[in-house]
Design a binder for this molecule. Structure first.
Ligand code: NAD
Ligand code: MG
Length: 287
């Protein structure tokens, strides 16, 4: 898509599907070349069915990792499409449908990955949910709406990480998905932005406590990226101008975010990198 093109008007119901998007996002299917950066590692990517998670799953597999992906049961088609790319890279894939707002479901995943893939070397806390709040600010957010955002983005990250850390060996790493919203919050994403700021804080704090165990903890902060989350949660007028307010003047593709996740997970490239956030924002500052 050229810089001056707007996205066609479109809306979906959450969690959204890849096939229904126009244009379909680029997850690096035709462009990502691995070079053994994650050879032999075993990764769990939450929300690995679509969007940024799919691009990360494809890149990790092409870098030599076996990849488990978690997703909502209704995202089966997207998950199977991602799985086929992992298999085509010659790596093992594990499919983990389930709702991460349920503590038992989230807590069970790390152990299941170890049982099937043999270890858990990289945990990517990527699953996330937002919903543009259309009208009356903080007063309009219902208890259920607040629960869904905080449980998906923050509680699940805690539950997954609590279960994963005891299973992770020296040299492992955790990569969290935060957002430009942690730095430059939109009033319509009040609750979502709060979870992303908390994820930044948790990332720095965990890097301190897990450093002595040789486990690195980092985050990637995407800016506006063309994924199903957007047409499923933003009003149509936002979609048409999506990403135009960045210095680069356009939205990013999931394929443009995945390399930051590869770098942070790589035990050799990022051996001295922990407690930091890489912005992939099209130029919006993350400092
Ligand atoms: P996406 O919709 O493709 O991926 C989000 C995934 O989260 C879904 O596919 C779904 O599998 C998972 N998920 C949501 N609720 C879940 C639940 N209750 N249980 C299990 N899984 C659940 O969209 P994306 O944009 O690729 O989102 C990935 C991450 O990127 C999210 O954390 C999001 O906040 C973050 N992010 C996205 C953007 C953007 O512009 N797209 C910008 C900044 C940050
Ligand atoms: Mg999805």
């Amino acid at each position: 898509m050229s810089d001056d093109q707007a996205f066609p008007p479109q809306q979906q119901d959450p969690p959204g599907s890849t096939a229904a998007m126009n244009p379909v996002p680029d997850h690096g299917e035709e462009s990502y070349h691995g070079s053994g950066r994650l050879e032999g590692l075993r990764a769990l990517v939450t929300g690995g069915d679509s969007g940024i998670g799919r691009a990360v799953a494809i890149a990790y597999a092409r870098e030599g990792a076996d990849v488990a992906i978690s997703y909502l049961p209704e995202e089966k088609q997207d998950a199977e499409d991602t799985a086929s790319w992992i298999e085509r890279a010659g790596r093992r894939v594990m499919l983990l449908p389930g709702d991460l707002t349920d503590r038992e479901t989230a807590s069970s995943l790390p152990q299941r990955v170890v049982e099937e893939l043999g270890a858990l070397d990289v945990l990517v806390n990527n699953a996330g949910f937002q919903m543009a709040r259309r009208s009356d600010g903080i007063e309009g957010i219902t208890p259920d709406e607040l629960d869904r955002v905080f449980k998906t983005n923050l509680y699940a990250l805690f539950w997954l990480t609590q279960a994963a850390v005891p299973l992770m060996k020296e040299g492992s790493s955790i990569v969290n998905c935060t957002s430009i919203q942690a730095y430059d919050p939109s009033p319509t994403l009040l609750d979502y932005a709060a979870t992303k700021a908390a994820i930044n804080n948790v990332t720095a704090n965990l890097a301190t406590t897990l450093g002595p165990k040789g486990i690195r903890v980092n985050a990637v902060a995407p800016g506006p990226i063309w994924t199903p989350l957007q047409p499923a949660t933003q009003p149509v007028e936002k979609i048409e101008s999506f990403g135009k307010d960045t210095p680069l003047g356009r939205a990013g593709q999931p394929a443009e975010v995945a390399p930051a996740f590869v770098f942070l997970a790589s035990p050799s490239d990022a051996s001295y990198v922990t407690g930091t956030v890489i912005g992939v924002t099209g130029g919006k500052p993350v400092f």
